[in-house]
Design a protein around this ligand. Structure first.
Ligand code: PLP
Length: 355
């Protein structure tokens, strides 16, 4: 089969989706499956739909369009705050978008008028992670301006943590969102149906039953597709991690010294490489490179192999201590982190398949 390729195990992904959906629903939380990590790859998203998920979120309008064109039903949310220049497409393809700028709302409202649609908005509040969001003190003023847009409907508030500032979700910052929502509802006499409280890294609040009452949506990517929580540096209990794999092919296999010969300058990416002298080692080169995924983010699944590094098109592994038989043409399989999967999916050199 063609290499390199990324393989999605649909049955295992479905198990993860069903499990996450179940623990969330016990806490009164609806799951929006975040599909950006796999570019909205339709076969995977269809499986999530079959698992009962009806809300999908992606950071790129191209991915949302792709899912729609593949016939995927359910509600689609653009989860990266939109560019003004893409307002028309956002209204055309997404039902909902997350927002934090009046100027963007103005552009969405104009587009919605033209397309004779009502576009739904979740306002993002920054509770401390310092990525997107209106600061809590500015929220009232923001809402009063936003309510003037006739073709937009504010359906809720959301917040984001664990991304830029690495701030973790807690009872306190989650409660803040609930209090703000209460205040907005009282002040303006509107109903906010959605309180969108978190991503994978907020799942511990549900696991420990510490989620404040009122949060009713989680936007979950990583825990479903790969069973991991990078921010919390853990595997999510109850999920599988062996859902997505990379298969790459050996194009050279030779015994070589472990120390380069000659004067050492910088590598192809401007870093100064450091080597340990382990004598002569059996090394394999695989035909996949940094263009496709960072070597450091791949997880060897074969005992005894060590990832040495890579260049833009080559991945170097030391296979001296492996009991597996290596040969030119052999396929080698790796587990993936979320970051590796994301990069592999955006590489047009990597074939995408489901099993
Ligand atoms: C990526 C993203 C998520 C999902 O995060 P995971 O850690 O993959 O669960 C949720 N919300 C926003 C705004 C995001 O950008």
């Amino acid at each position: 089969m063609k290499c390199p390729r990324i393989e999605f195990d649909l049955q295992k992904i479905r198990q993860n989706a069903e499990y996450i959906k179940e623990i969330c629903s016990k806490s009164g939380v609806q799951v929006m499956a975040v599909t950006k990590g796999y570019c909205g790859y339709p076969p995977v998203v269809k499986e999530l739909y079959n698992a009962g998920i009806r809300n999908f979120g992606d950071s790129r309008i191209e991915n949302i369009k792709r899912m729609r064109e593949a016939g995927i039903k359910g509600e689609m949310t653009l989860i990266r705050i939109p560019m003004i220049s893409e307002a028309e497409e956002v209204v055309q393809w997404a039902d909902v978008s997350l927002n934090s700028e009046i100027k963007v709302l103005q552009a969405l409202d104009n587009a919605a008028k033209k397309q004779e649609k009502i576009h739904k908005i979740i306002l993002m509040v920054d509770v401390g992670d310092l990525r997107e969001g209106v600061l809590p003190d500015d929220l009232e003023g923001f809402v009063s301006e936003a309510l003037a847009f006739e073709n937009l409907k504010i359906i809720g508030l959301g917040f984001n943590v664990g991304c830029f500032g690495g701030v973790l979700p807690t009872e306190e910052n989650t409660q803040l969102l609930i209090d703000l929502a209460q205040n907005i509802q009282d002040k303006f006499g509107i109903k906010l149906d959605i309180l969108s409280g978190g991503s994978t890294c907020a799942l511990p609040l549900i696991e420990k039953n510490e989620l404040p009452q009122g949060i009713n949506q989680f936007r979950i990517g990583e825990a479903i597709i790969i069973g991991r929580d990078s921010t919390g540096n853990r595997c999510v209990p109850g999920t599988r991690q062996d859902t997505v794999k990379l298969v790459a092919e050996v194009i050279e296999l030779k015994r070589k010294p472990s120390m380069p010969i000659g004067k050492i300058g910088k590598d192809a990416f401007g870093n100064t490489p450091v080597f340990e002298d382990k004598g002569i080692r059996l090394r394999a080169i695989l035909a996949v490179g940094r263009q496709d995924a960072d070597p450091e983010k791949l997880i060897p699944l074969t005992d005894g192999i060590e990832i040495l590094g890579g260049s833009s098109d080559h991945l170097l592994i030391d296979v001296t201590d492996s009991e597996d038989k290596f040969f030119v043409g052999k396929e080698v399989t790796f587990g993936l982190t979320y970051g590796a999967m994301l990069r592999l999916m955006t590489s047009e050199y990597v074939k995408k398949i489901t099993i």
